[in-house]
Design a binder for this molecule. Structure first.
Ligand code: ZN
Length: 350
C-alpha cells in the first residue's frame, strides 16, 4: 500500500475515555494519531515535547482496528462477477456501504468466470487506500476457475479449468495478470496445483484451498507449499470423516510446522454452517471466545493472512489509523480511516 500523504494532516488528535485493543487485550488507554498513523505518546512528549492539538471523548467505548473482509462477492445489490455491470462503480458502492459495518478494507471476490471477464474486471479492482468515499481495496480474491467440478457450488461448470502442462503460464493467461490479485482459491487435488501454489506464494499471492474434494494429505501438502487459508470452511469441501477428515483436518493436523499458521473463513450465519460446526472450528483452537479474540478474528488475523499486519489489523504504534468505535454489544458507532472520521452512527457525538 502506498503510504498516506505526509504533511497534510499534521494535527495530533488524542482519543480519550476509551478501551483500546492492544496486545490481545482491551486496555483503558488513549489513542494518539497524526498524519493517518497511530502515534507513540511517550516519544511525542519526551522527544518532540508535543501534546495533542485536539481531544475526542469516546464515551467509554471500545476502539478496535477496522474490520478487514477477505471475501465479499458483492452486496447492496451489486455482484462483482456479473459482466453487464460497471465493476468500478459496483466496487465503489460496496466500499462506501461497508463503512457503516466497520469494514475499513476488503478484497472484492469473483466467482469462476471465463478469461475475457477476468481480463475486463481485474484491472478495475485496483488496490487503493480507504477514505470517506469507501473502504480500502486490498486486491481481488478470485475463487476459481481451478476448482473441483463436484464442489463447484454456484460456480458455472462450463468455465472450470484444470492445470495442464505449463500450469503457471496457463494460470497467468487465464487471469491476464496477477497485479490486482491478493488471494486465489483453488482445489489442491488438481494435478500440478502444488507447483502453482509454490509459484504464487513466491510472488506474494495468498493461496487458499477450497471448492475442493481434497483429502487431508493433499491439503497438508498444499500448506507445506505455501497455502495459508481455507475458503468458507465446511462449505464446498468433503464433509469431515474420521478416517480422512479432508481439508477440515487442517485445523488439528500435526503434519504442518507450527509457524505455518492456517487461517480460515466461515459463513457463520447459522444457515451455511450450523452453530455447532462453528463451535467445533473454534474449539480446535485453545482460547475461549472473548471479545478480544472475536475482534482479532476480524482484524489481526486477516491482516496476518495478507501479511500486512505492520500497517493494518492492529492499533500498534506506527500502524495506519484505521479503527472503529464499538459499544459493549459490538455495535459500530463510528469508523475512521487514516485518522479521518468516515462514518458515524447518528447518536454518536464525534
Ligand atoms: Zn465459494
Amino acid at each position: 500500500m502506498p503510504p498516506h500523504k505526509i504533511g497534510t494532516k499534521a494535527q495530533i488528535v488524542q482519543f480519550t475515555n476509551c478501551r483500546i485493543l492492544r496486545g490481545h487485550e482491551l486496555i483503558w488507554e488513549d489513542l494518539w494519531i497524526r498524519e493517518g498513523q497511530i502515534l507513540d505518546p511517550e516519544k511525542l512528549f519526551f522527544e518532540e515535547k508535543k501534546s495533542a492539538d485536539k481531544k475526542k471523548d469516546c464515551e467509554g467505548h471500545i476502539l478496535a482496528p477496522g474490520f478487514i473482509d477477505v471475501q465479499i462477492n458483492g452486496g447492496f445489490g451489486v455482484d462483482f462477477s456479473l459482466t453487464n455491470e460497471d465493476i468500478s462503480a459496483g466496487v465503489a458502492l460496496v466500499a462506501k456501504n461497508l463503512l457503516a459495518y466497520g469494514v475499513t478494507s476488503f478484497c472484492p471476490t469473483l466467482v469462476t468466470s471465463p478469461p475475457d471477464i477476468y481480463h475486463k474486471v481485474l484491472p478495475q479492482i485496483t488496490v487503493r487506500n480507504g477514505s470517506a468515499r469507501g473502504a480500502g481495496v486490498l486486491g481481488a480474491h478470485v475463487e476459481g476457475p481451478f476448482i473441483s467440478h463436484e464442489k463447484r457450488g454456484a460456480h458455472p461448470d462450463s468455465h472450470l479449468r484444470t492445470f495442464e502442462a505449463d500450469a503457471f503460464q496457463e494460470l497467468l493467461k487465464t487471469y491476464g495478470s496477477l497485479d490486482n490479485i491478493a488471494i486465489i482459491t483453488l482445489a489442491p487435488e488438481l494435478k500440478r496445483s502444488h507447483e502453482v501454489i509454490k509459484e504464487l506464494t513466491s510472488r506474494g499471492i495468498c493461496v487458499s484451498v477450497g471448492h475442493s474434494v481434497s483429502h487431508l494429505q493433499e491439503a497438508e501438502e498444499a500448506v507445506r507449499n505455501g497455502a495459508r487459508f481455507i475458503t468458507h470452511l465446511f462449505n464446498a469441501m468433503l464433509p469431515f470423516h474420521h478416517r480422512d477428515p479432508g481439508i477440515v483436518g487442517l485445523l488439528t493436523s500435526d503434519q504442518i510446522a507450527p509457524e505455518q499458521q492456517v487461517f480460515f473463513g466461515m459463513i457463520a450465519d447459522g444457515i451455511h454452517t450450523h452453530p455447532a460446526a462453528l463451535r467445533i472450528a473454534h474449539r480446535a483452537h485453545p482460547k475461549g471466545c472473548s471479545v478480544e479474540t472475536a475482534l482479532e478474528a476480524a482484524t489481526l488475523h486477516p491482516a496476518q493472512l495478507l501479511r500486512i499486519e505492520k500497517q493494518k489489523g492492529t492499533l500498534d504504534f506506527g500502524s495506519d489509523a484505521d479503527f472503529i468505535v464499538l459499544d459493549d454489544s459490538l455495535n459500530v458507532k463510528a469508523t475512521y480511516i487514516a485518522g479521518d472520521l468516515v462514518w458515524k452512527d447518528e447518536t454518536f457525538s464525534h
